[in-house]
Each structure stands twice: as structure tokens, then as C-alpha cells.
Design a protein around this ligand. Structure first.
Ligand code: HEC
Length: 100
């Protein structure tokens, strides 16, 4: 019983930081500067405003930047942002962008 408790406590401890950072926080920290708080900004004068994209378009773009199969002239910028994020983060971010 004691071991179950220790395991549970450890799991909660390690899961907490991940849970603390919801998609809105991730967006504010990683995306807002270039794309605007409501996704309406045209980043570097060249992107479509994120809030005009469909969920599938955002998902495809983020997955493509991560795998190096999507993007234009400034794709290195997005690759740098997206690479450290997990697939789950990107899914959550895409859903958040879709809700903007
Ligand atoms: C340093 C500025 C910068 C940051 C930070 C940034 N982006 Fe971008 N984003 C760009 C630029 C520039 C492009 C166009 C890149 C290219 O040439 O493909 C772009 C493109 C995109 C596109 C594709 C748009 C289109 O028209 O096809 C999506 C979707 C996107 N970004 C989402 C995000 C998300 C979500 C985040 C946060 C995780 C983020 N971006 C963070 C600058 C940024």
C-alpha cells in the first residue's frame, strides 16, 4: 500500500508542471509575440492570420514545421519554436488557435 502511495505522489509531482501549462499559457509564451494575442497579426508581414485558419490547416502547418516538410522563406523561425514542443502540446495549441 505504501508503495502505491509513493508512486502516486511521484506521478503527481512530475505531472503537475505539465498540467500547469495549459494551451493558453503555451500560446502566450511561445506564439503571441509574432502572431498576436488573438491570432490576428500577420507575422513578419507574410503569414495568414492564425485565426483565419481551420483546425486542420493549423495542425498540418505545426506538424509540417516539426518534421521539416512545411513552410516558406521564414520556416526556420517556426521550426525553432515548434521543435521543443511535444505532439500533445501541438495538438492542444492547434485547438487553442482554432478557438481564437
Ligand atoms: C519569432 C516569430 C514567431 C513565433 C514566436 C511563432 N511564429 Fe508562427 N510563424 C512565423 C512566421 C515568420 C511564419 C511563416 C514562416 C514560413 O515562412 O513558413 C509563421 C507561420 C505559422 C503558421 C502557418 C501560417 C500560414 O500562413 O501557413 C502557423 C499555423 C503558425 N505560425 C503557428 C504558430 C504557433 C502555434 C506558434 C507558437 C507555438 C508560433 N507560430 C510562433 C513567426 C512566428
Amino acid at each position: 500500500m505504501k508503495y502505491v502511495f509513493v508512486c502516486l505522489a511521484a506521478c503527481l509531482f512530475f505531472a503537475a508542471p505539465a498540467l500547469a501549462e495549459g494551451p493558453a499559457d503555451l500560446f502566450a509564451k511561445n506564439c503571441k509575440g509574432c502572431h498576436g494575442a488573438d491570432g490576428s497579426k500577420v507575422a513578419m508581414g507574410m503569414t495568414r492570420p492564425l485565426n483565419s485558419l481551420t483546425l486542420d490547416e493549423v495542425k498540418a502547418a505545426l506538424a509540417g514545421y516539426k518534421s521539416g516538410t512545411y513552410g516558406g522563406e521564414k520556416k526556420a523561425m517556426m521550426e525553432r519554436v515548434v521543435k521543443p514542443l511535444s505532439e500533445a502540446d501541438l495538438e492542444a495549441l492547434a485547438a487553442h488557435v482554432d478557438s481564437l
